[in-house]
Every structure is written in structure tokens, then in C-alpha cells.
Write a protein that binds this ligand. Structure first.
Ligand code: CMP
Length: 219
């Protein structure tokens, strides 16, 4: 817990108390942690693994709102506004979480204003990201959506090697498409056309962006 930015201001004693009120749980890959519309009584902090936050249509189409990584949290919205879960959360791989019950979470917020501020800051960043997603969905064509998604992933987690940027995709083509509302087939076709144009190269789940400027021009 010491390495979790959310709790970095907590003393050892406070962290001990936190451990007493929290529970640990491990979900296997593909487990649904909770579903949109459920009553929400718990706050979740990711210790290891990865989850996707999704919405689904009645026909089973999936849209991915976000992918969350270790030290990130989810489930705070229902605890703060008392509404049902706003989205479904699914483990993308085996995922270990720490769970805090609603009342304990609210007491923590009252006792630790710095924790409340950190959560507010994260909510603000998530709203920014969501606005950017709205912008992408509203204004860009399919190649533009793929180009912008790659650039966003590169900025968040890319490794710069000389003039190239290497990104580990960590998702299937389907999930990549689900992040931008583009079908798997179209996403694959666009990636291939970018490859043919010399903008990037793809090896299994690694994408090497060779010409960032040209990729940006496609937006
Ligand atoms: P809650 O509504 O309780 O349950 C679903 C959770 O998914 C929500 O709380 C947030 O923690 C998380 N969530 C919902 N929308 C987004 C988003 N756009 N980006 C990141 N996380 C989100």
C-alpha cells in the first residue's frame, strides 16, 4: 500500500488501520467484477492485473470506456453519488484488488482531505480523457480514430527508441476497436494500411511507430 499514490500520505499506523478494514480478492481472467446497474457498496483498488471498464448494447456490442492498471481505483462513483454502477468492470487478466466497504471509504474521505483531493484530481483527469474520447468519436473518421488511439497509447505507455516509439498493445484487435467504436475488421484493415504506408510496423502485439508525424497527419 505504501507504493500506492492514493495512500502515500498515510502514516504506518494509518496504513495498518486501512489493512484491517479492507479485504483482498483475486479475480480470474475474464471475471465480471460487477455489472452496470448493480448496487454499488464497495471501492476497489487494483494491486495487480488489469481491468476494462465497459458498456454493452443489448445485442452484445462492447464499448471500452477505460483500461485501469495497478494502483488505480474504480467503483468510487456509486459510493459518492449513491447511484447504481455506471459501467461493467471485467478483469482482463488475473487481477488482485483491495476492497473497501462504502462506510469505511466515506469515513476515510472525511478523515483524510488529501485522499479526497487525490480522488477528485483523478476524476478530473478521467473527465478530461472522456471529453477527448467524445471529441474522437464525434469528429474523426475511422483512420483518424485509430491514429489518435495509437498516439494516446504511445504517450501514456510508449517506449522511445531513437526516432521510433514502441508500444505493447496488450489488447486484442477487437478490444482496440472497442476503445474507439470501430469494428475489429476495420481496425485490422487500417493498421495494415498504416503498415503499408511505412508509418508503423506490427509484430504480434507490438506496434513500432516509425513516423509519428505522418501518423499525426492522419488524424
Ligand atoms: P461506478 O459507477 O461505481 O462503477 C463503474 C466504475 O467504472 C465507476 O464507478 C468508475 O470507477 C469507473 N468508470 C466509469 N466510467 C469511467 C471512465 N470514463 N474512465 C475511467 N473509469 C470509469
Amino acid at each position: 500500500l505504501k507504493n500506492v499514490p492514493l495512500f502515500e500520505d498515510f502514516s504506518d499506523e494509518e496504513l495498518e488501520k486501512l489493512l484491517v478494514i479492507s479485504k483482498e480478492k483475486t479475480y480470474p481472467k475474464d471475471a465480471v467484477i460487477f455489472q452496470k446497474g448493480d448496487l454499488g457498496n464497495f471501492f476497489f483498488l487494483i494491486c495487480s492485473g488489469r481491468v476494462k471498464v465497459i458498456i454493452e448494447t443489448e445485442e452484445g456490442k462492447e464499448g471500452i470506456l477505460s483500461i485501469l492498471y495497478p494502483t488505480e481505483f474504480f467503483g468510487e462513483m456509486s459510493l459518492l453519488d449513491g447511484e447504481p454502477r455506471s459501467a461493467t468492470v471485467v478483469a482482463l487478466e488475473e487481477t488482485r484488488v483491495i476492497i473497501i466497504e462504502r462506510n469505511d471509504f466515506l469515513i476515510l474521505l472525511y478523515k483524510h482531505p488529501e485522499l479526497a483531493l487525490k480522488i477528485l484530481k483523478t476524476l478530473s483527469l478521467r473527465l478530461r480523457k472522456a471529453n477527448r474520447q467524445i471529441e474522437t468519436l464525434m469528429f474523426l473518421d475511422a483512420p483518424g480514430k485509430v491514429a489518435r488511439l495509437l498516439i494516446d497509447i504511445a504517450q501514456e505507455r510508449g517506449k522511445k527508441i531513437n526516432n521510433e516509439i514502441l508500444i505493447d498493445l496488450e489488447f486484442t484487435r477487437q478490444e482496440l476497436g472497442n476503445l474507439i467504436g470501430v469494428s475489429r475488421e476495420t481496425t485490422t484493415r487500417i493498421l495494415k494500411s498504416f503498415e503499408e504506408d511505412g508509418i508503423l510496423s506490427i509484430e504480434r502485439n507490438q506496434v513500432i511507430i516509425k513516423d509519428v508525424w505522418e501518423l499525426k497527419r492522419r488524424i
